[in-house]
Write a protein that binds this ligand. Structure first.
Ligand code: ADP
Ligand code: MG
Length: 336
């Protein structure tokens, strides 16, 4: 119980992007190697996330939509060595309250799949056997419909909500090695169009190529920092940054992706550092970046905000000094 109170930090599903992020994280946590996100009307009508992960066993059917019920953490101390994305057991219960949720799932122990429908309180309203390969599909229909004011604002700003959704999906698609991620959208009576697609390759570089194209990938310079000493801790950084002058600068920082131990996060100070160094070459643009910072789990805290995108790096100031030195050699004026 104590653990439950310490990790609950408010509503997790504030927008469309957060809804999809939570569902994709659940698929990744279930060990999926294939994840398909199918949207209708940019997600306003329907969001379906289908995976080939472990599936959900029947004894978990009711529990999964109860607040703070999770299969992923038993004690607060587990948070220190957390390897799964989910740990609060809030996403599905929040989604039930905010939309019409159904789950179709099958584990390898079962011969047939099961479709479950949930009401807004998270109770199962129907359960039936259906054909399904091993894995899980979670369908979220009419997001925010139970909150009329929020729903109105949501549908009015659907393109902006959708933009944020795409950039969060891009962040997962770039870093997920060996996981094929496909997102399609269907608008009106037109056909389904593919908006993101990766091949499940083993390299981030290949993912950059499939998500942004070969030309963009060619503008990137690898950045590898191994075992930097940051305040007595060993930190590694792996990724790519735009080469100066390669012609792939962006008007905004919309293609900057930061990760801590593979978890997508916002790192505004690091973004500012990159922009500042890049601007000595191109005064109006921002570089693209895909940077995964690997550091010991006890040297950062991911549970600062409900959506877990803000992290607190215990030695951020020291880290920025080290990163600046490394980036200055990429962005050294005499190199270009
Ligand atoms: P959390 O991820 O914090 O545990 P969620 O509300 O996101 O909480 O999910 C609740 C539980 O439902 C998970 O702990 C997991 O057991 C199960 N679950 C949800 N989505 C999937 C999925 N795609 N595959 C397998 N299990 C899932
Ligand atoms: Mg989850």
């Amino acid at each position: 119980k104590a653990a439950i109170h310490r990790i609950c930090s408010g509503q997790v599903v504030l927008d469309l992007a957060a809804a999809v992020k939570e569902l994709v994280e659940n698929s990744l946590d279930a060990g999926a190697t294939n994840i398909e996100i199918r949207l209708k009307e940019y997600g306003a009508v329907l969001i379906e996330v289908a995976d080939n992960g472990s599936g959900i066993s029947p004894d978990n059917y009711q529990g999964l939509t109860l607040k703070y019920h999770t299969s992923k953490i038993s004690e607060f101390s587990d948070l220190q060595s957390l390897s799964s994305f989910g740990f609060r057991g809030e996403a599905l219960s929040s989604l039930c309250a905010l939309s019409n949720v159904s789950v179709t799932t099958r584990t390898k122990e079962e011969a047939i799949g099961t479709r479950l429908d949930y009401d807004h309180s998270g109770a199962i309203t129907s359960q039936q056997s259906v054909a399904r390969a091993v894995g899980t599909t979670v369908a979220v229909a009419k997001l925010f419909a139970p909150l009329p004011v929020r729903h109105k604002e949501f549908t009015r700003n659907i393109r902006r909500e959708y933009g944020r959704l795409l950039s969060i999906l891009q962040a997962y698609a770039l870093i997920a090695k060996g996981v094929r991620i496909v997102c399609t959208n269907q608008v009106g009576k037109s056909g389904r169009s593919t908006v993101i697609q990766t091949q499940g390759s083993g390299s981030v570089k290949d993912n950059v190529i499939t998500v942004f194209g070969i030309k963009t990938a060619a503008c990137l310079e690898p950045l590898e920092l191994s075992a930097m000493d940051v305040g007595g801790q060993s930190v590694k950084v792996e990724g790519f940054v735009s080469k100066p002058g390669a012609g792939c600068g962006r008007a905004s920082g919309d293609r900057q992706f930061f990760y801590v131990n593979g978890r997508p996060v916002d790192l505004p100070k690091i973004s500012r550092l990159l922009n500042e160094l890049y601007r000595s070459f191109n005064s109006t643009q921002c570089p693209m970046a895909v940077l995964n910072i690997m550091l010991p789990t006890q040297s950062y805290d991911v549970n600062v905000t409900p959506d877990k995108r803000k992290v607190f790096l215990h030695m951020e100031a020291d880290f920025i000094v080290s990163l600046r030195t490394a980036l200055e050699s990429v962005y050294a004026p005499d190199k270009y």
